[in-house]
Design a binder for this molecule. Structure first.
Ligand code: NAD
Ligand code: UD1
Length: 331
């Protein structure tokens, strides 16, 4: 029996595939490479020394997805595939709703048709919106400020409704905080096209000399040094969280929601300092205006995952910066 990983060639998916193969799981990856490269698949094989099945397919292509379930004994699905750029989702909302929501609907329908009832879904801390107090707990109300965020809120609801209608499903909704870092081999990591939107990929390019300086989006927030505070989590810790969720899915039915974060917040300037230390390179910055849609602080209450999944983040901010730099240097 195999685990089907959608979006397995992507950033978080590829790291999770490495951990699954290391655990001896049989794997099938499906990806359309809309935001990843085929080379990643070879890197996964190199790191693990193990093989897996791969289908180049789009979740919107129902026939292709049906064929995957028909040809394989799939036991569970880890569903990463989706578009994730906040700014792009504002300019292309219909494309985001179609890809993320229709893609998930087709996947769930084909799972149900094939009798596959276990799913781990990639949600995001973005569903906590702008108005909840930190630390965020799983039972707080959800909302969003952009179409990307709404796709996560809506898919969470769809999955809860699916379970209500068919209680033989077992679904784990994982709300990631800020995934950063790379595999320690330096062979896989986050490699966005063009100028990065997110903090650590941007810093990595500044440290490498590909961009001249970082703009810090605001230093007048109500935080210790005035810059934004986030809960950064090493992507390998995050990947291992999926294994813990999968283990639990296999023992019960239901829908459970878990924060995957460290529970600790770091400011933009603390991240800059850690990256300079880990890379041995300067990261020049200027203070700019706040970015629309940003909040002062965002960090998890990670207790539920600790209690029920027996999982907690292990790696430090220094580890995240060191591994991000190792990957960046190799590129
Ligand atoms: P990513 O873009 O690196 O990976 C997503 C993968 O899905 C890509 O390889 C892409 O080619 C594939 N894909 C997209 N649409 C597809 C489709 N219709 N059919 C088949 N393949 C498709 O992103 P990531 O950072 O690895 O994120 C994985 C998931 O986690 C996403 O759902 C994302 O929204 C969610 N998430 C990410 C973050 C983050 O900061 N990276 C935070 C919270 C949640
Ligand atoms: C952003 C998205 C969020 C998404 C998450 C996924 C926005 C408004 N939010 O969150 O929906 O789930 O990415 O990774 O886009 N910063 C700078 N300079 C930069 C880049 C970032 O100062 O060039 C600051 C930001 O203001 C923030 C922190 O760094 O305080 C982290 O930013 P980022 O990596 O973009 O993540 P989020 O804002 O948490």
């Amino acid at each position: 029996m195999a685990v089907l990983v959608t979006g397995g060639a992507g950033y978080i998916g590829s790291h999770t595939c490495v951990e699954l193969l290391n655990e001896g799981e049989q794997l099938i990856i499906v990806d359309n490479f809309s935001n990843s490269k085929p080379e990643v698949l070879d890197q996964i094989r190199t790191i693990t020394g193990k093989d897996f099945l791969f289908y180049k397919a789009d979740l919107l292509d129902r026939e292709a997805i049906r064929k995957i379930f028909a040809e394989n004994a799939v036991e569970s699905v880890i569903h990463f595939a989706g578009l994730k750029a906040v700014g792009e989702s504002v300019s292309l909302p219909l494309w985001y709703y179609h890809n993320n929501i229709t893609g998930t609907l087709i996947l769930c329908e084909e799972m149900q048709r094939a009798g596959v009832k276990r799913m781990v879904f990639s949600s995001s801390a973005t569903v906590y919106g702008m108005n909840n107090p930190v630390p965020y707990r799983e039972d707080m109300p959800t909302s969003a400020t952009n179409p990307y965020g709404w796709t996560k809120v809506m898919i969470e609801q769809i999955l809860k409704d699916l379970y209500t209608a068919d209680p033989s499903f077992s679904i784990s909704i994982l709300r990631y905080f800020n995934p950063v870092g790379a595999h320690e081999s330096g062979l896989i990591g986050e490699d966005p096209n063009g100028i990065p939107n997110n903090l650590t990929p941007y810093i990595a390019k500044v440290a490498k000399g590909e961009l001249s300086k970082l703009t810090v989006y605001g230093d007048d927030y109500d935080t210790e040094d005035g810059t934004g505070v986030r809960d950064y989590i090493h992507v390998v810790d995050l990947a291992q969280g999926h294994l813990s969720a999968l283990k639990k899915l296999r023992t019960e039915t239901g829908v459970s929601i878990y924060n995957l974060g460290s529970g600790k917040g770091y400011s933009v300037l603390e991240v800059v300092k850690a990256y300079e230390e880990a890379s041995g390179r300067p990261v020049p910055y200027v203070i700019g205006p706040r970015r629309a849609g940003d909040i002062a602080s965002c960090y998890a209450d990670p207790e539920k995952a600790k209690r029920e999944l027996h999982w907690q983040a292990q790696k430090s901010l220094y580890d995240m910066c060191r591994d991000s730099w190792r990957f960046t240097e190799k590129k």
